[in-house]
Design a protein around this ligand. Structure first.
Ligand code: G4P
Length: 528
């Protein structure tokens, strides 16, 4: 049983793809699912921008906009591996959920458009991953089109993200001249065929100097390729698996997701290098994944996936042990035992009821309102996993209810939505009358909030946008903090009573930091 449990866990990889919209995340995900046989035709989850919906059309906003408001999980098998891809919503539906989803991943794949390089959203998501120290793999996409020089892209990663890179393969040409990729680990050449890109011709070589390459690649491109490889070998970072696992060195892969070129090469190296599920810290120390006892934490709550039932689904990352059907667990925060009836797992776009699941897997639990983001469920013990972080919102508004008679249901709805983690709620404390301020990471959340309070709680609200774009959790010596509380404008308290300062811009924030050098300004509640 013990061995079986360890084997099951070790066969799992749970990761997220982080990218800026349009880099090709949907396309890459689709190809990966296709390799795993989870979808019959590449293209079938692509409906998200068309009238066919990728996941669920559970909310009017989704239907009207043709976007998926919340992230989902996709699971597939490849050879002996069991792979869970956590989707991180982009576009207008970028929200705190996107960040929190990353807390459930053991590694991340950073997808970069070769023509655009590191873009804003990738940078934000990268920061969250690097804060957790998880390994980050890089896929540089769209090599079938003319893009930027690969060295320049690697330099940009280092300058903007502070991560060194090791190209696992190297492109020969690009755009019209794209000839393929050369695997630096296996010395294998994968030849790109523009008229039939999914037909990949593979040549084993003895290395970049192998004369066989002279027969296959035109001289000018080959000369450039050999020079570049030499430069990488001499001046580049050496291959170092420890640094990869610690998130200090990112293995880089080149390819073209749309042509399904380089995707399998990436997948196979990824499966070899990416970590099996790792444990998490709790108030009783580190919880190892192959501890026999089942445990997990809720990292996301998704409401109304089925509008007919008004249900909520709590997404639980299993941290240790095995889930078996209808098992009893402790809901540690509320101190109650409960039966986990009918959890679901997510296979491509379908939901299935599951019989068993292991550490690393994500299961969806029916939630009648009993779960909060960060809740711990555990078979017998009573430990709790480390708190789920809140991230700095970027948009703020004062919220109030239009009809005072609806005050009670408004407050209830607001509490519920804060618990789900859809929005953050702050209270002003150094101004009268006290105001409630809503903070969101993506502006669409304001609409979601307005819609849901009206439809589920019958409360019409007023939202008055505020000029702030940054929140910082502030901590330090009591006397310093008291001075700060007296003098600083725009201070609020979060749900747990922690001081949060709001700023219009970076300049304002730096001024405050300079003025109070003894205080620490945290970017998220996690770091406190
Ligand atoms: P996203 O989920 O990251 O937002 O990106 P998505 O996969 O939807 O891809 C964004 C656009 O980039 C799509 O084009 C897609 O076809 C294209 N694309 C993805 N991978 C590659 C690639 O390897 N090479 C090239 N040349 N293009 C790629 P679109 O015109 O916006 O949509 P569609 O009409 O093709 O669906």
């Amino acid at each position: 049983m013990g061995n079986n449990l360890t084997e099951e866990i070790n066969s799992r990889k749970t990761f997220a793809i982080i990218s800026h919209p349009d880099a090709g995340k949907t396309t890459l995900t689709e190809k990966l699912l296709y390799f795993g046989g989870a979808i019959r035709e590449a293209g079938s989850i692509k409906g998200k921008k068309s009238s066919k919906h990728a996941t669920s059309d559970w909310m009017e906003i989704e239907k009207q906009r043709g976007i998926s408001v919340t992230s989902s999980v996709m699971e597939f098998q490849y050879n002996d591996h069991h792979i869970n891809i956590l989707d991180t919503p982009g576009h207008e539906d970028f929200s705190e959920d996107t960040y929190r989803t990353l807390t459930a991943a053991d590694s991340a794949t950073m997808l970069i458009d070769a023509a655009k390089g590191v873009e804003a959203q990738t940078e934000k998501l990268f920061k969250v991953c690097s804060m957790r120290g998880i390994p980050i793999f890089t896929f540089i996409n769209k090599l079938d089109r003319q893009g930027r020089d690969p060295f320049e892209l690697m330099e940009e990663m280092e300058n903007l993200l502070g991560i060194r890179s090791y190209p696992m393969n190297w492109p020969i040409g690009m755009g019209m001249d794209f000839h393929g990729i050369f695997d630096r680990q296996t010395n294998r050449l994968e030849i790109y065929n523009p008229t039939n890109p999914s037909h990949v011709e593979i040549k084993e070589t003895t290395g970049p100097e192998d004369p066989i390459l002279d027969e296959l690649i035109e001289p000018s491109l080959l000369e450039q390729f050999r020079e570049e490889i030499e430069l990488l070998d001499v001046a580049g970072d050496p291959y170092d698996e420890d640094r990869i696992i610690n998130g200090e060195l990112t293995p880089v892969f080149f390819g073209s997701a749309i042509s399904n070129f380089g995707v399998q090469n990436f997948l196979e190296h990824f499966l070899r290098l990416a970590p099996a599920p790792v444990g998490r810290e709790s108030d009783e120390g580190y919880i190892h994944p192959d501890r026999q006892e089942f445990s997990g934490f809720v990292f996301k709550i998704q409401a109304n996936m089925n509008p007919k039932h008004r249900d909520r689904i709590a997404f639980l990352r299993i941290t240790s042990g095995k889930y078996s059907q209808a098992m009893h667990v402790n809901h540690v925060r509320i101190g109650k035992s409960m039966r986990l009836a009918q959890p679901t797992q997510f296979l491509a776009q379908d939901r299935n009821i599951i019989q068993e699941a292991y550490a690393g897997d994500i299961i969806g639990l029916y939630d009648p309102g009993t779960f909060r983001i960060g809740d711990t469920l555990v078979e017998k013990s009573n430990f709790q996993f480390a708190e789920m972080p809140h991230f700095s919102p970027e948009h703020f508004a004062v919220i109030s209810v239009k009809d005072a008679m609806k005050h009670k249901s408004f407050e209830k709805g607001l509490q519920q939505l804060t618990e789900e983690g859809a929005v953050q709620l702050f209270h002003t404390f150094n101004r009268y009358p006290e105001q409630q301020i809503i903070g969101v990471v993506g502006v669409l959340q304001f609409e979601v909030l307005e819609y849901r309070l009206k439809n589920e709680y019958h409360a019409d609200i007023r939202l008055e946008r505020l000029p702030f774009s940054i929140a910082r959790w502030v901590d330090g010596e009591n006397s310093e903090l008291e001075q700060f509380k007296k003098r600083q404008k725009n201070l609020t308290l979060d749900r747990d009573g922690r001081i949060v300062a709001l700023f219009d811009n970076e300049f304002q924030m730096r001024t405050a930091q300079d003025k109070y050098p003894e205080l620490t300004f945290y970017e998220n509640s996690f770091l406190k």
